[in-house]
Ligand binder design. Structure first.
Ligand code: SF4
Ligand code: SF4
Length: 706
């Protein structure tokens, strides 16, 4: 974001020669002495200067001597001229800077905020000599003010005006300014309003440019975590989809551009719009202000409006003559197949089931993901020339290599339910959750009747309970050993399950199962929460003497899954059935064989599986002699306008309500429960975004040399 304030040159394109501290410098006209000095590696102390802001010369630290000129002008406001001779570090200037710094520090707390530009500048202006006698006067200003996302400590403010210029002149929001007069001057909003009430847009550009530590992020972070902390939506997406950018494009009504941003990274934008567990939303900074942006619903909105324009932009590489076998047609397998095909390889996907899609088809109920949506995106992959062979077992690796395949990608998923290891678990009427979902999703029915108890707290447990009510259960109760706060299931799904009549008994675990006159009886125990375990959640601890029995027609275990590696690949699996790989290359110990997705990680989300497929495609391409570059740019990079503009009540704008099917209409069959946002709602929702990416584009303030 450089050059916002560059002085207008009266010299046109003329070059100017000047001398700074004995160095001859030749530069374009129109720059200031400070800019030229910094560019040339001559550091002049400064605090109110920032490369993205109009200079004001307020702190006076950047004073210099210029031959033929009276006094000591500020170098940030003095334009260079032909033949200028500038001195930046004479004894007189040093003395003056010490006095200026003394005055600045005289009204600040003794402990200078660290890390801050002020701390570094104090260090470079001979702090050892000026600080011992430093006795600050307290300004008796309020203690740090707790805003959303940042704190304001007025006692640390040096009134440099960087934040106010950023807010008023660059972002044009105009929330903060100097208020009061004379020694009572502070930075704030009129009427002492909180930032939220004063129409702040929480772009936190003010925090970024504050040199003193008066404005600081609430969430402290190390420099290496900067992007992840300040732009969490884009940086928490496992597949690296630039959520911040597509949300912005939706706000601008550029729906096809927004879709193409997603299409650059994944072949399943629509499926993700329906079922992504959206870690981006959990991390969204708008959530700290009021409610996170409905990123997933926005993704669905644009994916539903795909005009197919991206097809004309995609570049298919010439055929390489290499053949790849992908084993498993779930999200990891099909994503790898898609990218490998685009890179010019011949790809065949082998699937043991009668239909493709893996867990997207057999594990996710149709009320969350209509099958025509899944079919549409799989057809797109097939239309590129990916072959899918259904009802097919691969036999052995030798057989595949014998058929001319050059590489194999194992994306087998994690289709087997885990047992609890309690007495009576193998008895009649005890089922495993993932098998129940598979029967319902593939055959439309399952051995479900009467009262059903489901054990578990993840999405599978919720999907089983909600599906059970749709295929004949009279009542569905989930038994979960922790509390609602620790449930790994998505909160929205839990909410919808409760609306549909699913009951959840928290802090309960079954200990044994006994047959009981055509039904079953589960002996349960109540739990309490103890110390956190390895997952960070508090460990459930049984309460002695709290045993009780429940009766049910079916008990369904939904406590987790494991991979089901077939006999012929068993040599690659560990005790838990997972395939071990090199984490960088995804290669298995067997040459030419790669693995990824749930078969390596254990059960994970669709977007995590997609990322595994992307990484595998890049790695396999490299193995076959390519560069492993799977990404293509459909939307050229653009310079973003740093102006956000003012909007009263911005912080209070509520998240769009996702329309849902009335509960009364849900339980007959599997009609889709969540509906699409309409155009007006989608654009309004996207406009709530804080545009966190803009902060990362702010230039760095010049610091003293180390
Ligand atoms: S809050 Fe920071 S940026 Fe704003 S005037 Fe004070 S010191 Fe300068
Ligand atoms: S407010 Fe916008 S840019 Fe910031 S994290 Fe949320 S979606 Fe991303």
């Amino acid at each position: 974001m450089q050059g916002l304030h560059q002085c207008v040159s009266v010299y046109g394109d003329r070059m100017i020669r000047l001398n700074i501290d004995g160095r001859e410098i030749k530069v374009d006209a129109g720059k200031t002495v400070l800019e030229v000095a910094l560019q040339a590696g001559v550091y002049i102390p400064n605090l109110c200067y920032h490369p993205d802001l109009p200079p004001i010369g307020a702190c006076r630290l950047c004073i210099v001597e210029i031959e033929g000129m009276e006094g000591v002008p500020t170098s940030c406001t003095t334009e260079i001229r032909e033949g200028m001779v500038v001195r930046t570090n004479t004894p007189r200037l040093k003395k003056l800077r010490e006095s200026i710094m003394w005055l600045i520090l005289s009204e600040l707390p003794r402990d200078i905020y660290e890390p801050s530009q002020l701390k570094e500048v104090v260090g470079c202006i001979n702090a050892k000599e000026i600080l011992p006698g430093h006795t600050p006067h307290t300004r008796n200003l309020p203690a740090p003010l707790d805003e959303q996302l940042f704190t304001r400590d007025l006692n640390r403010c040096i009134l440099c005006g960087r934040c106010t210029r950023m807010c008023q002149e660059v972002r044009k929001i105009g929330v903060i300014g100097f208020i009061n007069r004379g020694i009572n001057t502070i930075v704030g909003a009129g009427d002492n309003l909180s930032m939220k009430d004063a129409a702040c847009k929480f772009c936190t550009a003010c925090v970024e440019v504050c040199p003193s530590g008066a404005l600081v992020d609430k969430e402290r972070f190390e420099e290496k975590d900067r992007e992840k902390t300040l732009l969490p939506c884009t940086n928490t997406c496992p597949a690296g989809i630039d959520a911040a950018l597509y949300v912005k494009l939706i706000a601008e009504g550029r729906f096809q551009d927004a879709l193409e941003i997603i299409r650059e990274k994944v072949p399943f934008p629509l499926v993700l719009g329906y079922v992504c567990d959206h870690p981006c939303e959990e991390a969204c900074r708008r959530g700290e202000v009021n409610e996170p942006i409905a990123i997933s619903a926005l993704k669905r909105f644009i994916a539903e409006r795909d005009s197919g324009r991206w097809r004309s932009k995609i570049k298919i590489a010439p055929e390489t003559g290499k053949k790849i076998a992908v084993v498993g047609s779930g999200p990891a397998g099909l994503t790898a197949a898609w990218f490998l095909k685009i890179l010019g390889h011949s790809v065949t996907v082998f699937e043991v089931m009668p239909e493709p899609g893996g867990m997207m088809r057999w594990a996710i109920p149709e009320y969350r993901l209509p099958r025509n949506i899944l079919d549409k995106e799989i057809k797109e992959i097939e239309s590129r020339g990916v072959k899918i062979e259904l009802n097919t077992k691969i036999g052995s690796f030798e057989k595949l290599f014998g058929q001319g395949f050059d590489a194999v990608f194992m994306a087998l998923g994690a289709p087997e339910g885990i047992k609890m290891g309690i007495a009576g678990e193998d008895g009649p009427h005890v089922l495993d959750g993932i098998s129940v979902l598979r029967s319902i999703n593939l055959d439309g029915k399952a051995d479900i009747t009467g009262e059903v108890a489901v054990v578990g707290g993840g999405n599978v447990a919720i999907d089983v309970a909600r599906s059970a009510l749709r295929v004949g259960a009279k009542k569905a109760t989930i038994l979960y050993r922790r509390t609602r706060g620790e449930m790994p299931a998505s909160p929205e799904e839990v909410e919808e399950a409760l609306k549909e009549g699913v009951k959840i008994d928290f802090l309960v675990a079954p200990q044994a199962v006994l047959p009981e006159k055509g039904k079953l009886k589960a002996e349960c125990i109540r739990m309490e929460l103890g110390e956190p375990d390895a997952s960070g959640r508090r460990r459930p601890v049984p309460i002695k003497g709290s045993e009780f029995n429940i009766k049910a027609d079916r008990l369904i275990m939904a406590i987790g899954q494991r991979p089901g590696v077939p006999e012929e690949c068993a040599s690659l699996a560990d005790k838990k059935g997972k395939i071990s790989i090199d984490s960088e290359t995804m290669a298995c110990p067997k040459k030419g064989v790669f693995a990824g997705g749930d078969v390596v990680s254990g059960p994970a989300s669709v977007i995590e599986a997609i990322q595994a497929g992307r990484k595998a495609a890049a790695s396999i391409d490299k193995y076959l002699g390519g560069k492993g570059e799977i990404e293509q740019k459909f939307v050229p990079e653009e310079k973003e306008d740093p102006c956000l503009g003012r909007e009263e009540g911005f912080a209070y704008r509520e998240r769009a309500k996702i329309p849902t099917l009335p509960v009364a209409k849900r339980l007959h069959g599997f009609p889709v429960v969540e509906h699409d946002l309409d155009k007006k709602k989608a654009v309004k929702e996207a406009e709530r975004c804080l545009r966190c990416q803009l902060r990362l584009k702010i230039s760095k303030a010049p610091l003293p040399p180390k």
